[in-house]
Design a protein around this ligand. Structure first.
Ligand SMILES: C[S@@+](CC[C@H](N)C(=O)[O-])C[C@H]1O[C@@H](n2cnc3c(N)ncnc32)[C@H](O)[C@@H]1O
Length: 299
């Protein structure tokens, strides 16, 4: 604006982002209970400000002014279900990276694949499950490791990887399989060369040979009892259970144990659970890796 002084003046802005609305204790309890009941996640009081800022951003996008109004909207059939998907994605942590747990992958090689027998003339199926796969880095890492390891062995192998998560947005990214080069920094150069195709100057796409091995599906861990997932040789469940209450962690682990084939491995994140035991599994932890093997003769 040209003012009478002849100087260029900064335009006067009369708007700013609305402050985050305060939330009364009973309303916070209601949100906490709803999150725990629907996705199992415990939101402690220290994370109240995270909830409030997340809700503030989303409510501003929707033009909703009131926590109760938004809460009630989430219960509406149809619209509420779609809105819930968006909110879940924003409230869950999706941090992950390729080859995040090299020690876990080593354990799978040494404690499972190395002992696997491939009878002459018969293909061997290897089924793995990445539980809480986020944007795909974990299941793709598993697929690459299996491809590399089994490709160098005698015999014929079919690898199938099931990768599940509650976040539809993360699953969409995972299915695309396109990653910014910054996300691939820690990947050994030979893996980048072998398993990624450049898309443009900044992006790489996971190769077709690896992508076609991985099937991404939405699954809420609270619905494991009825999950249409078969028996697995390897189950990776890392950096997921830490957000749940201990009783729920145990319940989920018991369900995962039921999905392991005899001899199969369950590989957990180091701090995922303390003191869990299962009658059908033996601990095979090494170093920082917390892992269990299903005993032969148990089902
Ligand atoms: C921190 S990421 C872990 C990613 C990967 N496993 C890793 O270790 O790199 C946790 C993932 O768990 C998912 N998650 C959280 N609650 C879930 C639930 N109830 N059912 C299924 N997935 C859930 C989140 O959406 C998120 O993508």
């Amino acid at each position: 604006m040209l003012a009478s002084t002849g100087k260029i003046e900064e335009p006067v802005t009369h708007w700013r982002f609305r402050d985050v609305l305060p939330m009364e204790a009973p309303t916070f309890l209601r949100w906490q209970a709803m999150l725990e009941e629907r996705i199992g996640i415990v939101l402690p009081a220290e994370r109240k400000s995270f909830l409030l800022t997340t809700l503030a951003v989303r409510m501003r996008e929707l033009g909703v002014d009131d926590y109760d109004e938004y809460f009630n909207l989430l219960a509406v059939r149809g619209q509420g279900t779609i809105e819930w998907e968006t909110l879940v994605d924003r409230l869950t942590v999706h941090e992950t990276r390729f080859y995040r747990d090299c020690a876990g992958l080593d354990l799978v090689r040494n404690a499972y694949l190395a002992n696997m027998q491939a009878p002459a003339g018969r293909a061997v199926r290897v089924n793995a499950w990445s539980v809480g796969c986020a944007t795909g880095e974990e299941p793709y890492s598993l697929a690459m490791m299996l491809h590399q390891y089994l490709g160098a062995r005698e015999g014929e192998y079919y690898v199938g990887i099931t990768a599940t998560d509650i976040s539809m947005a993360s699953l969409a990214t995972a299915r695309r399989g396109v990653y910014h080069r910054n996300r691939l920094k820690n990947l050994p150069a030979e893996l980048l060369r072998e398993y990624f195709d450049p898309v443009d100057i900044d992006h790489y796409k996971v190769s077709e040979a690896i992508r076609e091995r991985v099937c991404f599906t939405r699954l809420n861990l609270l619905e494991l009892a009825t999950a249409p997932v078969g028996k697995m040789d390897i189950i990776f469940c890392q950096n997921v259970l830490i957000y749940f209450k201990r009783e729920l962690r145990i319940e989920i682990l018991d369900h995962l144990a039921a999905h392991l084939l005899p001899g199969g491995l369950l590989v957990l994140g180091a701090g995922e659970v303390v003191g869990w035991r299962h009658a059908g599994l033996e601990p095979v932890s090494r170093g920082d890796v917390l892992a269990f093997r299903r005993l032969r003769g148990t089902s």
